[in-house]
Design a protein around this ligand. Structure first.
Ligand SMILES: Cc1cc2nc3c(=O)[nH]c(=O)nc-3n(C[C@H](O)[C@H](O)[C@H](O)COP(=O)(O)OP(=O)(O)OC[C@H]3O[C@@H](n4cnc5c(N)ncnc54)[C@H](O)[C@@H]3O)c2cc1C
Length: 387
């Protein structure tokens, strides 16, 4: 089904992304990123040069100023994931969907001036650290503390599963600045690479996304100046997270749709080219029915997600709607990739093939950004409340 949400400017931007992919991304590079466990800095800088990173950085700070129009980010995801480069898509996404928004939407003028220009060029890479070894879904159970001292805070604690945690220059970090677990007991502090006592820890070995780092972080008596408190006011951290989570969840939904569509494309091409019993795999009735189902699911996914992107653009995408998008799209993505792998036969299990990598990458889409169970609970709260 033809999609109609993109305008001329968006399609011109798609050409820019395609050109970037042609010039800077290759199978050799992908293998290198996977061996290194991270996308190299030169490629991130090239993304900055091409203007496909830091899209939501306002123009006055050197960015593209696309704070609310997620369609540009969707084009990046479609092109990068569609070309089989999930790790690169992830690395770009952390910067744009998880790090930049906290500074661009909620930072002080001083914070914007200090970090946004470098985030638009790729010279400064960011990460978001909420999860801890003992607290993931239950974020108010975190133990990392930030104790007020003269001129700043002393931070102690540890975070885990932090995407781009190894490569990040700055980490937006969720900390406890108050007692108990009331929403106003939490704040967001920017921790900078090189601060004494801030250790990037070890890189975790994952099932998928091998070319994109996920790390443990630890903080031992790290002094963080007042100037690094997001928004300049203590006790806003929990609300600030809630403000950006719809974007994070929309972005996972878009990535899921892009991967679902890619699964369909790769599978269609494969079953047309492969033969068994003297026929194309595409000629077996089972394959034909599966392809018809896949194509229809992809159409429905985009129709739903396109609508969500337009709602987001108009600042109307609620937390519950974003949660629905996240769990529904990632569940469909999993089904599409599973069928795709099956129709590739043994080749579907070989990571040389993009379908196998995308299958492994996709598994975490149902876990991070809030698990799909937590997403369903959020939606159910709106339907029946919670005692
Ligand atoms: C590759 C990767 C990258 C990540 N990137 C980041 C990052 O950049 N920044 C960051 O802060 N975090 C990141 N995370 C962490 C991720 O967001 C958490 O793993 C996730 O929120 C789940 O938390 P948990 O692992 O502690 O699981 P738990 O909260 O312990 O959950 C375990 C199981 O219990 C279920 N469960 C928990 N509570 C409920 C409930 N109330 N009702 C029903 N079921 C429930 C969960 O759905 C899950 O199935 C990443 C994780 C991974 C694997």
């Amino acid at each position: 089904m033809e999609r109609d949400i993109y305008e001329e400017d968006h399609e011109a931007f798609r050409d820019v992304v395609k050109d970037f992919m042609k010039r800077y991304v290759s199978e050799d590079k992908r293998k290198q990123w996977e061996a290194d466990g991270q996308v190299d800095r030169a490629t991130m800088l090239a993304a900055g040069e091409a203007g496909i990173i830091g899209l939501s950085v306002p123009e006055e700070f050197g960015g593209a100023g696309m704070l609310q129009d997620y369609r540009y980010r969707a084009i990046v995801l479609e092109e990068v994931i569609g070309a089989g480069h999930g790790s690169l898509a992830g690395a770009l996404g952390i910067q744009d969907d998880l790090a930049v928004p906290y500074i661009a939407h909620m930072g002080t003028q001083e914070q914007k001036e200090k970090w946004l220009p470098g985030m638009a060029t790729g010279e400064i890479l960011g990460a978001l650290a909420m999860t801890e070894p003992g607290a993931g879904s239950d974020l108010r159970g975190i133990k990392t503390t930030a104790k007020k001292v003269d001129g700043g805070y002393i931070v102690n604690g540890a975070k885990t599963f932090i995407s781009s945690g190894k490569t990040a220059d700055i980490v937006v970090t969720f900390v406890k600045t108050g007692e108990g677990n009331r929403p106003d007991a939490f704040s967001l502090l920017i921790l900078e690479d090189g601060m004494e006592g801030f250790d990037h820890g070890k890189t975790l070995e994952k099932m998928g996304f091998h070319g994109w780092d996920t790390a443990e972080l630890s903080f031992t008596d790290v002094f963080v100046p007042d100037a690094n408190l997001i928004g300049g006011k203590e006790g806003l951290g929990f609300i600030q997270l809630m403000m950006n989570l719809p974007l994070e969840r929309l972005s996972i939904g878009v990535a899921a749709a892009a991967a679902g569509e890619a699964a369909f494309n790769w599978t269609r091409d494969y079953v047309i080219s492969r033969e068994a019993f003297g026929e194309r795999i595409a000629d077996f009735q089972n394959t034909r029915f599966q392809l018809a189902d896949m194509a229809t699911t992809v159409d429905v996914m985009w129709a739903y997600i396109d609508r969500a992107m337009l709602l987001y653009k108009d600042a109307k995408l609620s937390a519950e709607e974003a949660a629905k998008v996240k769990f529904w799209a990632t569940d469909r993505e999993a089904e599409l990739l599973d069928v795709g792998v099956q129709l590739h036969g043994g080749y579907g299990y070989i990571t040389e093939y993009p379908i196998a990598r995308a299958y492994l990458d996709a598994r975490v889409h149902r876990i991070y950004g809030g698990t799909n169970e937590i997403m369903r609970d959020l939606v159910a709260r709106q339907i029946v409340g919670k005692r």
